[in-house]
Design a protein around this ligand. Structure first.
Ligand code: ZN
Length: 369
């Protein structure tokens, strides 16, 4: 997840409005500017006029959380400690501000993790997902690795009873996958997905659900490619074992891919994708590619390829699409590989992070009550 630099300016405004009570709760806090995370007692947030307080039921760990744990260059630039992190969750509405009229106490919900300003040029023209003042929950303001979370009522997503709790907790990354995969029509198309981590795997299921013909997924990890097959990949390619995407193209009798979903952030994967795209094809870019590497522009120009950068989820179209795919029978179960009670999480934090880092799979953290 990357954030627009302007978002940083808003943090202090948000913090100054963060009225708190004396009641305490447990929270995973980036307490200090160094590697690590600490379970601490922090004040339970109180809602402002248009806010809700959500009692968190289940949380999921995102790659962003791992970056913050590791305290890498991005985190050092972005995070102001102390900060409660986390932004993938589901829970129940515990409390609401007096101005909230469209929600109910006890309602089962999740939430959009990007807060749009509502007044910039993009917000005013209905493009809140590219708001120039985006603030990230668990990045710029306190997040969901806590017993209670405060968010604006506008960002609350009430959950259809047919959406299981565990899937509700991963709707944030499922939304990234949905936004990326459904950026171009998929019915009858041949789709290449480079990078089959959590989001790539979910994109496979979405492409299949949306009627793609062949779906080829690449990754350097065989265990991730096993999940890719369960999610509906026609063929998988592991370049670390000398396998080539071009061989998959030949095997399936194609001329090239109509749609590319770049989820790996790997220049090698992107270059191989470009060389295997069909004339007039389209590519969505979600993986964060490095700023400086040699791009074969002639492939893009002479094949007339359309490129689209993807940021977050469209507000709120992506959420409606996700809800309908889940109700319509898409299966996300294979991507959830580990489940921990929150108290075990504190004991084995470093182990969990190492495991999740290596496998790029999703761990669901359940709050023991
Ligand atoms: Zn805005």
């Amino acid at each position: 997840m990357n954030f627009f630099p302007r978002a940083l300016e808003n943090q202090w405004i948000c913090k100054s409005l963060n009225f708190v009570s004396m009641k305490k709760m447990k929270a995973l806090v980036k307490a200090r500017p160094e590697k690590g995370l600490w379970m601490q007692e922090v004040p339970v947030p109180e809602p402002g006029l248009n806010d809700v307080i959500i009692k968190v039921g289940k949380s999921a760990i995102c790659g962003t959380d791992l970056h913050i744990y590791e305290w890498d260059a991005w985190s050092q630039k972005t995070i102001h400690t102390p900060m409660v992190i986390g932004h993938e969750y589901m829970g129940y509405i515990e409390k609401m501000g007096a101005g909230v009229t469209n929600l109910k106490i006890g309602e089962r919900v999740t939430g959009e993790g990007h807060l749009a300003c509502g007044h910039c040029r993009n917000c005013r023209r209905g493009k809140e997902h590219v708001c120039e003042n985006t603030v990230g929950i668990g990045v710029h303001i306190d997040g969901s690795f806590a017993e209670y979370l405060k968010i604006p009522a506008k960002n609350v997503i009430p959950l259809d009873p047919r959406i299981p709790d565990e899937w509700a907790a991963i709707m944030d990354p499922f939304g990234n996958a949905t936004h990326t995969a459904l950026s171009f029509p998929l019915i009858g198309e041949d789709v290449l997905i480079t990078g089959s981590g959590l989001i790539g795997s979910m994109a496979i299921a979405i492409a299949k659900f949306a009627g793609a013909r062949f779906i080829v997924a690449s990754d350097l990890s065989d265990s991730r490619l096993e999940i890719a097959k369960k999610m509906g990949a026609t063929l998988t390619v592991n370049p670390s074992k000398g396998e080539k995407i071009s061989d998959a193209v030949k095997k399936l009798g194609m001329r090239g891919f109509d749609i590319g979903l770049e989820m790996s952030g790997s220049p090698k994967a992107f270059v191989e994708m470009l060389s295997n795209m069909y004339n007039g094809s389209s590519i969505s870019l979600l993986g964060i590619l490095p700023s400086n590497f040699e791009v074969p522009w002639s492939d893009i120009i002479f094949k007339a390829i359309t490129l689209k950068g993807i940021y977050g989820r469209e507000m709120w179209e992506t959420w409606y699409k996700m809800e309908q795919m889940i109700i319509g029978g898409i299966d996300l179960n294979p991507v959830i590989t580990h489940r921990f009670p929150i108290d075990d999480f504190t004991v084995s934090l470093s182990m969990i992070f190492r495991r999740v880092l290596m496998s790029w799979r999703k761990a669901i953290v359940e709050k023991s009550s």
